[in-house]
Every structure is written in structure tokens, then in C-alpha cells.
Design a protein around this ligand. Structure first.
Ligand code: ADP
Length: 271
């Protein structure tokens, strides 16, 4: 009888631990999904009011009497800067929340990366010129690949924007695109090199983490919030590639992205 009672207790304990583990698992997984949905929804919802605020500030800046008041213009200018920062933050959070939940799918379309890099350079040239930075592109005449055009352009913008931000006036930023054949497979190589402040070796991994900024006040002043490289890494990972940094403090940094790819032939088919 004692043995039967022991067995009964053992089975009861097994059943209870089974139920407890199920109970513990379901809400955690569920709340994690809910949390991602919440971040995605919240950042999406923030974008409309932010764009309304931005256009209202524009209207105030152009208003006849207010537009002439230097103090009001300064305050409105500051407000505009902060609203732009929040808009960028909301957009970046939305990108990461969607990538986490797997709802942000990459396109695989034929594109010429040289054309996209040239467009990117044109849009960032004013930023570089404002700091007398020499921004150069070295790329083959055409670079036909398959990939997600918007995301690859976003990757270039993130890396080049950082290179400009963290390089003192009068510096040099080079973007180099090339194709290498490694073990019979083609690989796209994107290099973004700057003559900026550099990153110490112990930080080379950490800078890709979400919200990581080496110097919070400097990054904030420059309009950053520590999500740029996390998004860059997600884009590279989603293309089955890798991203590495080589850097020397006070001399500059070189970010190298490698993405395996299949070349496009002229009739749009893959080789
Ligand atoms: P942030 O918005 O702060 O620029 P990022 O995720 O883009 O965020 O970068 C994370 C941190 O990595 C930055 O705060 C900066 O300290 C460092 N960093 C990124 N790119 C460079 C660069 N080209 N030169 C020096 N430091 C850089």
C-alpha cells in the first residue's frame, strides 16, 4: 500500500510539474509576441501625429509676424530637430519590431547597386559638404545583383551617415563596391572607410547592439539613438552576409560588408 501511495504521489507530482511548465511557457511566449506587436503598433501610430507636428512647425515658421522673431525661430528650430529625431526613432523601432516578428520580408529583385550607391551619395553629399568632408565612391560601371534595393540603400545610408557623423571636419569618406569570387561563389563587398574618431577594439562587437552608443551625449547631439548599426546588421544578416569593423582610435574606421550573391545576366536571369 505504501508503494502504491508513493507511486500515486510521484505521478501527481509529474502531472503538476507538467501543468506548471505549460502554464509558465505559454504566457511568456505570448507576452513576448504581444510586446513586439505593441512596439510595432506604437511606433507606427506615432508617425502620423509626428508628421502633423512637423508640418505645423513649418507653418509657424512661415507665419508673417512669428517668422520675423529670432527667439521664436530658434525655439521652433529646436522643436523641429527633436520632432525629426523622434520620427527617425519611431521609424527605426518599427523596422526592428517588424524584423523581429518576421513580418518584414526582404524582396529579391534585380538591381544595379552602382546606381543605388550613386543616388545615396547624392543625397548625403550636402551633409559631407557642410563639414568639408571629401565623400567618394569607387564602384564598377554597373553592378547587377539580386537583393532588396530599399534595404541595401538603407544599409549604405546608415554606414555612410555614421562615417560622416564621426569624422571631424575636412576628413575623407570612401565607399567602395566590388565583387570577389571566393571558392567559386561570387561575393559582394561593400567598404565604408573614414578618417574619423575610430572605435576601440573592445567595443567592436558592442556597437551593433540595440541602443548602444559609445558617447551618449555626442551621439545624441549628432541626432543618433544607437539603432543604426543594429538595423545595418539585421539587413546584412537577412542577406546571409557578414559585417566587420577594423578601426584605430583617432585614425578612422573601416566597415566591411560581405554578401553572397548570384550575378544577373542581361536577360534578368541568374547565372
Ligand atoms: P548612433 O545613432 O549612436 O550613431 P549606431 O548604432 O549607428 O548609433 O552606432 C553605434 C555607436 O557606434 C555610435 O554611437 C558610435 O559610438 C559608434 N560608431 C558607429 N559608426 C562609427 C564610425 N564610423 N566611427 C566611429 N564610431 C562609430
Amino acid at each position: 500500500a505504501l508503494l502504491a501511495l508513493g507511486l500515486l504521489f510521484f505521478l501527481l507530482a509529474l502531472y503538476l510539474s507538467h501543468i506548471m511548465s505549460r502554464r509558465a511557457m505559454i504566457p511568456i511566449a505570448h507576452s513576448y509576441t504581444r510586446q513586439r506587436e505593441f512596439v510595432a503598433d506604437a511606433s507606427h501610430e506615432l508617425r502620423t501625429p509626428l508628421s502633423v507636428i512637423l508640418s505645423s512647425i513649418d507653418t509657424l515658421q512661415m507665419e508673417e509676424t512669428l517668422g520675423k522673431d529670432a527667439f521664436i525661430q530658434r525655439v521652433l528650430g529646436n522643436m523641429k530637430g527633436e520632432v525629426k529625431r523622434m520620427t527617425k526613432l519611431a521609424g527605426d523601432l518599427l523596422t526592428l519590431a517588424r524584423s523581429d516578428s518576421g513580418t518584414l520580408l526582404l524582396q529579391s529583385e534585380p538591381l544595379d547597386l552602382t546606381v543605388h550607391a550613386q543616388e545615396m551619395l547624392l543625397s548625403l553629399q550636402p551633409l559631407a559638404q557642410a563639414k568639408q568632408i571629401d565623400l567618394q565612391l569607387k564602384a564598377p560601371q554597373t553592378l547587377p545583383i539580386r537583393g532588396d534595393a530599399d534595404r541595401l540603400e538603407q544599409l549604405l545610408v546608415l554606414l555612410v551617415d555614421n562615417a560622416i557623423k564621426y569624422t571631424p571636419d575636412g576628413g575623407y569618406v570612401l565607399v567602395a563596391l566590388s565583387v570577389e569570387t571566393v571558392k567559386a561563389a561570387s561575393e559582394l563587398k561593400i567598404i565604408v572607410q573614414d578618417t574619423g574618431i575610430g572605435i576601440p577594439p573592445e567595443e567592436h562587437q558592442r556597437i551593433f547592439a540595440r541602443f548602444y552608443r559609445r558617447d551618449k551625449s555626442r551621439s545624441r547631439q549628432l541626432g543618433g539613438h544607437g539603432l543604426g548599426l543594429a538595423i545595418a546588421k539585421w539587413i546584412v544578416d537577412a542577406h546571409q552576409g557578414s559585417i566587420q569593423v577594423v578601426s584605430k582610435v583617432g585614425e578612422g574606421s573601416t566597415f566591411t560588408v560581405r554578401i553572397p550573391f548570384e550575378r544577373q545576366t542581361n536577360n534578368g536571369q541568374q547565372k
